[in-house]
Ligand binder design. Sequence first.
Ligand code: BES
Ligand code: ZN
Length: 635
Amino acid sequence: MFSLRIASLFLLILIAGCQSADNSTQPDTPEPHTTVFVDDPHSFSRPDRVVTTHLDLDMFVDFDEQIITGAASYKIARAAGADDLVLDIDSLEILKVVLDDQPTGVIYSVGSGNEFGQKLTIQLNKNTRKVTIHYKTSPQATALQWLQPEQTLGGIYPFLFTQSQAILARSWIPCQDSPGVRLTYTANVQVPEGMMAVMSASNPQKTNSSGLYEFTMEQAIPPYLISMAVGQLAFEAVDERVGVYAEPAMLEAAVYEFADTPRMLESAEGLYGKYPWERYDIIVLPPSFPFGGMENPRLTFSTPTIIAGDRSLTSLIAHELAHSWSGNLVTNATWNDFWLNEGFTVYIEKRIMEDLYGADYSEMINLLDFQDLLETVEKLGNKSPLTRLKLDLDGEDPDEGMTDIAYEKGYNFLRVIEEAVGRERFDQFLKSYFSEFAFKSITTEMFLDYLRAELLTSGDEGIGVDEWVYGTGLPDNIVVPVSDRFTNIEGLLEEWYKRKITVQELPSDRWTTHEWLHFIRNLPANIEVERLEELDAHLYLTQARNAEIKSAWMEVAVKRGYRDVLEELEDFLRVVGRRKFLSPLYEALYNSDWGRDEALRIYARARRGYHAVTVRTLDEMMQFDPEKYKGAISL
Ligand code: BES
Ligand code: ZN
């Protein structure tokens, strides 16, 4: 009954949408199109010919069928002579295409496509200004994760969230799915009664009785930043600009954890000028969210695994907030320029952390990240093309480029420039960079031109810009972070390991999360199981509430054959879907001399609770064949 009522409401929205369009006010000639676009190897679309500039989206979210039925209505701009609109789709069922609200014979075709989706080509009339695509998503849509009530804290309502970056938007909205394209949007979304929908747009703060929500995003954003979450949600303000959405049972803890967000925002504004997106809210998603965070404009999506109870993992919020400038305001033109998004963001994140908590604290995080970078380069090989900042991902999944290189090598490049020119000049430069390229999508080369024109002089040749950007591995002038607090931890670890002090004598109750992590990561590679038991008996690391500490510990435990962690590990792997934790843990278990069958057994049961991107990575890593496990376990 309840879906019928929703269905009829949806119909009403569609009709209302059609009636409000007033053809008489539209001039005969379509919007002219002058923007220059660079080729994007990951999109079929041809924005150089016809570009979408605004989207009005109507959606009906059907949890029973796990399908979204939608109507995407685009305003377009056309280059002279261009008469077809090309969109990306992935497994969408196209129901109907309408031009300028005239439902007569529209010619469109769906190409056979490749692993990134299919090409939808729509023939336009001479004066077409608006194109509407009626469609349905597939239950397998890669951007959508549909959660069962058991996967939520409340346990009563299901949950849905989207993850469009990098090229998944096309699986829930037919669009020009290239970061070089920008558009404004509105949306009307119908969800079941009792549930709230939120998007990367102006958002409701209360659940309403109709389940119908309206959204507006007035600033032009690339399609990978269009996002939505639907669930039993509540909102609480942190201050007048910042607020938190979460399931009711999570809200209080989340508001506590994110108390410093307004100060982070002010810190970033102090550096790069006024926050451009009006509100900054954070939604804490259920634990199956595959990433730590996602910078959807106005509404950061976050994993609950950063709610540690002591605000120690909030550099992730600084990171997503920093994307408000690097990424969302100035965007990488293609996924080959991904480091422009992430490297700059890590740089800003670290500046915010230093500003709020001091250099002593932020250098600990820097050093942990630096060690990750060294490990990544070693794993990829220092001649690997994937260690270049500017990537060539033609024909490859952009996910391949989502390594520490974009983040940490990118950050270190900017840090080297900063050291060469001085902080003051670098700050000035970045501030003008963000205003120069605001609401634009740019390539690495456009950045380099600007850098050379506005900042560098002949005296700065020592930076080695080209080697940093186009070379593999890590240049010699990289700045190695130093942390006295970590040196101290190394000393204590050695004393304990050599039995000069006992576990109880470790001053661990005064350690921050980062000191814990440094301690755990530096345990000797061949440490005996008894020594791990000794630590665990006193420090309860297997039971740690902090997901970073817990997973770092369990990785060591698995590698060293401390099998007592297995039960707790299985619980963790079943609940958490964050790929950053799952990959190393499954990998350690799968490659251990005792845990391969356990890894496969746990994975076979947990797999259906993971997001498509996590599944893709883990299937490949464990060469998992779902067919083999069919019947035995739910897939
Ligand atoms: N935008 C990224 C997440 C992303 C990148 C999703 C590429 C899909 C494709 C986000 O800002 C991010 O970097 N998240 C990190 C956390 C951060 C603190 C390094 C993550 O999720 O681990
Ligand atoms: Zn990021």
